[in-house]
Ligand binder design. Structure first.
Ligand SMILES: [Zn+2]
Length: 278
């Protein structure tokens, strides 16, 4: 009898530790484009001096855990919209091969917002289930293209692609704030970078990481609590979410902005253009 009791206890401990570990993810940032020039800091941060400049890069993120390979955003392939951007570029699926991740390995893509530099690459990963905020999707495919709609940063081909994903049953729409997508991955809204852009809080073995994406372009925005100046519906809402992210994760380094090359100097490199966040 005692033997069986011990066996049950051991089994319970094992299941419990499995459940806990399955809620933890390894988080990687993958840089796929680096702008050759610099942009004025006043473009990136309200009230900054015209004379100061900042370098910009494009990245997406990979979460590994829970039996899944989840991308946060999908980058973009070169197309009519972006082919003249002056950057050092590698296609997102090719960048992932540097850590032996093949396109068909990607199980999910969580889109933080549907600007071309974040949603353009969805077709590069044929097996992936796409996740978006419902209100962001609705605006992207609808009101953005009506009179008085705001569609700067949107690309018509991306609209068609995401509608096709929906028709194929490969799109899951979520709605609201603090929504758990998978155990250990929670989505937050409120920044209004697009109609209803989202950011993620991800559990890792050591700490929680926030993937802010463009809900903060740079560490500069987070550190100084200064909103960006373009592509936003509500600067106060954006500022309030910068503040909220810093409450959710007081260590600013672990709040990963959408376009800051500093991400690739703060964390250990695992391959060219790829760092592990920890
Ligand atoms: Zn962006």
């Amino acid at each position: 009898m005692k033997y069986i009791q011990i066996l049950f206890i051991l089994l319970f401990i094992q299941i419990n530790s499995y459940a806990q570990n399955s809620n933890k993810y390894e988080v990687f940032a993958i840089r796929f484009a680096t702008e050759k020039g610099r942009i004025s800091l006043s473009f990136a941060a309200a009230g900054a001096s015209e004379k100061d400049s900042i370098q910009l890069c494009d990245m997406f993120w990979l979460l590994v855990g829970n039996g899944k390979h989840i991308l946060v955003d999908a980058g973009y392939p070169l197309n009519d919209y972006n082919k003249d951007w002056d950057s050092i570029y590698i296609r997102p699926d090719s960048a992932l091969l540097r850590i032996n991740i093949k396109p068909e390995d990607i199980t999910d893509i969580i889109i933080t917002h549907p600007h071309e530099d974040h949603v353009g690459g969805v077709n590069l990963f044929p097996s992936a289930q796409i996740w978006m905020q419902k209100d962001d999707y609705d605006y992207f495919v609808g009101a953005a293209w009506q009179k008085n709609g705001f569609n700067e940063g949107f690309y018509k081909e991306d609209v068609k692609n995401i509608v096709n994903k929906n028709l194929e049953g490969k799109l899951t729409l979520i709605k609201g704030d603090s929504i758990e997508i998978y155990p250990g991955i929670r989505a937050f809204i409120g920044s209004r970078h697009t109609w209803e852009s989202q950011y993620l809080l991800v559990n890792t073995k050591t700490d929680n990481v926030i993937i802010a994406s463009d809900n903060s372009w740079f560490y500069y925005n987070l550190e100084n609590l200064i909103p960006i100046t373009h592509y936003l519906f509500d600067p106060i809402a954006y500022l309030n979410q910068l503040k909220r992210m810093r409450v959710l994760q007081p260590n600013v380094s672990l709040i990963i902005p959408g376009h800051d090359p500093l991400v690739f100097t703060k964390f250990p490199r695992v391959a060219e253009g790829i760092v592990k966040i920890r």
